[in-house]
Structures are given as structure tokens and as C-alpha cells.
Design a binder for this molecule. Structure first.
Ligand SMILES: Nc1ncnc2c1ncn2[C@@H]1O[C@H](COP(=O)(O)OP(=O)(O)OP(=O)(O)O)[C@@H](O)[C@H]1O
Length: 218
């Protein structure tokens, strides 16, 4: 598994987001620390994805703050991108690159040693049990296979916090159990998890803390 990047606290303090004066998520506190798993729960439309976007700096809070070790979170800040690896929407890939090519690209972009790149890529195919997908193109994959490839691209880079929006989506029950085991191992290696999830069996394995969001009345 990839290296763990150290940090102390990813913190949302009464973070809230509105668009055109319509609240998408209520003021919410979230604390994410190394070796801990935080799960965002709540019904459709409660604001989980919006909250995750704020936690990664992909969207800024309309009020309140989101900070990483005391500094404002903004995805344009290199330290924020170094610590936080996020899978919030399907990864946009290259039509002419295979799954293996994408993993090499991500690994090398995040500073993996060239000599050991093949080892890390091979380890990712083993970890996710996706060897048959190695030489396939992204557009050839089923939706569940595509989710596994996106998870591999997210997990292969070093990070301190994995921010995942419903990582169980499109996976069958065996694959969901496998995902839970992988995330638990990642947490036990010292990384933090911040995950929006609807699957109780996954939540049971990975959650130390849960934050339940309720839809903001329109
Ligand atoms: N760009 C936007 N403009 C206006 N409203 C938005 C925008 N993005 C999200 N919303 C609204 O904000 C609310 C929260 O959406 P969000 O996607 O964060 O919920 P969620 O909890 O992740 O839902 P789900 O479980 O269905 O994925 C919803 O009512 C949604 O329609």
C-alpha cells in the first residue's frame, strides 16, 4: 500500500455552503485525524457530497471554515493536494491509455520512484483483485469495474486522508466487503478516512465516528 502522508487535523468548523442563497448543507463540524475513520451519513440530498467537496477544497464554504492543520483548505494549495486523495466523481481518463497506464501516470505524477513503479502498480492489481483489467481501456469497463479502477487510481498515490464519496457504489456485496477490508487496512496503516456511505456493512468496519446530515429545508 502507498505511503501515508502525515498531518494532524482536517477540520470543518460550522462549515456551510449555499448557492444563490439556497443552503445545500447546514453548518457542520467534522474532525478528521490520522488513523481514524469518519463516515458521513444521511439521506439523498442531505449534503454529503457538498460537505466532501468543502473538505477537499474543491468548493469553498459560504460560512464557517475548513482547515488542514490550521490553514484554510483550498485545492489549489499543493500541501492540501499532497495530504488529501479524493474520489468524489468518476475520474476523467485518457481514452488511449489502459488501466495500467493510468496507474503508472498517477504513481509517477505523485513522485513514486521510477525503478519501483511496476511493483506498486502490480501491488494495486493484487490488492483490488483486478488483474484481468490491466490492459483494458477505461471505456471498456463495466460500471463496477470502472469504480474499482477509479479506486486503484486513488489508492496508489501517497496520501494522509482518503476522501471518498460512496466508494461502495456499483460494487457487488463481495466487492463491498473487500473495499471495507482495504479501507480498514489503510486506516490501520495510519491514514485517515472521510467517507460518505450508505452501506451499513461497510460503515460498521471503517467508522470510528459518524456525522449524520439532514437535508436543509428549501
Ligand atoms: N450546484 C448546485 N446548485 C444547486 N443545488 C445543488 C448544487 N449541488 C447540490 N445541490 C443540492 O444540494 C443538496 C445537497 O446535495 P448533495 O449532492 O451534497 O447531497 P448528498 O447527501 O450527497 O446526496 P446523495 O446521497 O443523493 O448523493 C441537494 O438538495 C442538491 O440538489
Amino acid at each position: 500500500m502507498s505511503d501515508v502522508v502525515t498531518f494532524e487535523l482536517l477540520h470543518a468548523d460550522q462549515a456551510q455552503r449555499s448557492v444563490n442563497d439556497v443552503a445545500l448543507v447546514a453548518p457542520t463540524d467534522v474532525r478528521v485525524r490520522p488513523g481514524r475513520g469518519v463516515v458521513l451519513r444521511g439521506p439523498n440530498g442531505a449534503g454529503k457530497s457538498t460537505m466532501l467537496r468543502m473538505m477537499t477544497g474543491a468548493a469553498l464554504p459560504s460560512s464557517g471554515t475548513v482547515t488542514l492543520d490550521g490553514k484554510k483548505v483550498d485545492e489549489r494549495v499543493p500541501r492540501v493536494r499532497e495530504v488529501i486523495a479524493a474520489l468524489l466523481w468518476p475520474i476523467t481518463g485518457y481514452r488511449e491509455l489502459t488501466v495500467q497506464d493510468h496507474l503508472v501516470l498517477v504513481d509517477q505524477t505523485w513522485g513514486g520512484q521510477r525503478e519501483t513503479c511496476a511493483d506498486r502498480v502490480n501491488a494495486m492489481f493484487d490488492l483490488l483483485d483486478i488483474e484481468p483489467l490491466r490492459h483494458r481501456f477505461l471505456h471498456e469497463l463495466s460500471s463496477g469495474q470502472r469504480q474499482l479502477a477509479d479506486l486503484a487510481m486513488t489508492l496508489i498515490r501517497p496520501s494522509g486522508v482518503l476522501v471518498l464519496d460512496e466508494p461502495e457504489q456499483r460494487l457487488d456485496s463481495d466487492r463491498r466487503a473487500q473495499l471495507a477490508r482495504i479501507l480498514l487496512a489503510r486506516k490501520q496503516a495510519g491514514a485517515a478516512l472521510l467517507v460518505a456511505c450508505h452501506d451499513e456493512s461497510v460503515i460498521e468496519v471503517i467508522a470510528d465516528d459518524t456525522v449524520t446530515l439532514t437535508p436543509v429545508p428549501l
